[in-house]
Design a protein around this ligand. Structure first.
Ligand code: AMP
Length: 183
């Protein structure tokens, strides 16, 4: 099963990625995590991505496309994967479609963790990560809403959007996702 997890900052994407990865026994791929790790290691990707991640801007598409292609070619992805943080723009949606076509694979669905903007801000600020300052959080949320609306519409049109109320407790959100995947 191949799933993408969509949601604004602070919507619990990372948490649900870990939980679902265990529950479904599939690799959970967090693009933000891969980028932050690369920056910490100061490797080729990290050096290139650093200034974007640290200012809350999107990393350029060419870099992201390569990163995703390489990651989805790794051995652990054969039975499927859970992808969080990608696609984030309509362009990336298209690129993911091309990639899956190329791999002769199918996306099962897009899980959307729906949350009020005020709660997104509050939750993001309480994480205390270096790239979670109020200005950066605000910019990410604005960008998220602008860019994500067409993505949600795209998956909804294809009958692939699974909308989840992300305000509930983590275990409840997870149970709700698993229930909807089975139905
Ligand atoms: P996240 O942890 O998902 O909020 O991602 C942290 C940062 O990584 C973002 O603010 C962007 O700079 C970068 N990033 C994550 N995912 C993407 C993506 N799909 N496209 C471009 N940049 C991304």
């Amino acid at each position: 099963m191949r799933l993408v997890i969509l949601g604004g900052p602070g919507s619990g994407k990372g948490t649900q990625l870990q939980r679902l990865s265990k529950a479904l026994n599939l690799p959970g791929i967090s693009v933000g995590e891969i980028l932050r790790e690369a920056i910490a290691k100061n490797n080729f990707l990290g050096v290139k991505a650093k200034s974007y991640v640290e200012s809350g801007e999107l990393v350029p598409d060419e870099m992201m496309i390569q990163l995703i292609r390489l990651r989805l070619l790794q051995d652990d992805t054969r039975k499927g994967w859970l992808l969080e943080g990608y696609p984030r723009t309509p362009f990336q949606v298209e690129e993911l479609e091309f990639l899956l076509e190329d791999f002769k694979q199918d996306l099962y669905g897009a899980i959307y963790l729906k949350l009020d903007e005020a709660i997104e801000i509050e939750r993001s600020l309480s994480r205390g990560r270096p790239d979670d300052t109020p200005a950066i959080v605000q910019r990410r949320i604005q960008g998220f809403t602008e860019r994500t609306t067409p993505i949600l519409e795209y998956y909804a049109r294809r009958g692939k959007l699974i909308v989840i109320n992300a305000e509930k407790a983590q275990a409840t959100v997870e149970a709700e996702i698993l229930r909807k995947l089975k139905s």
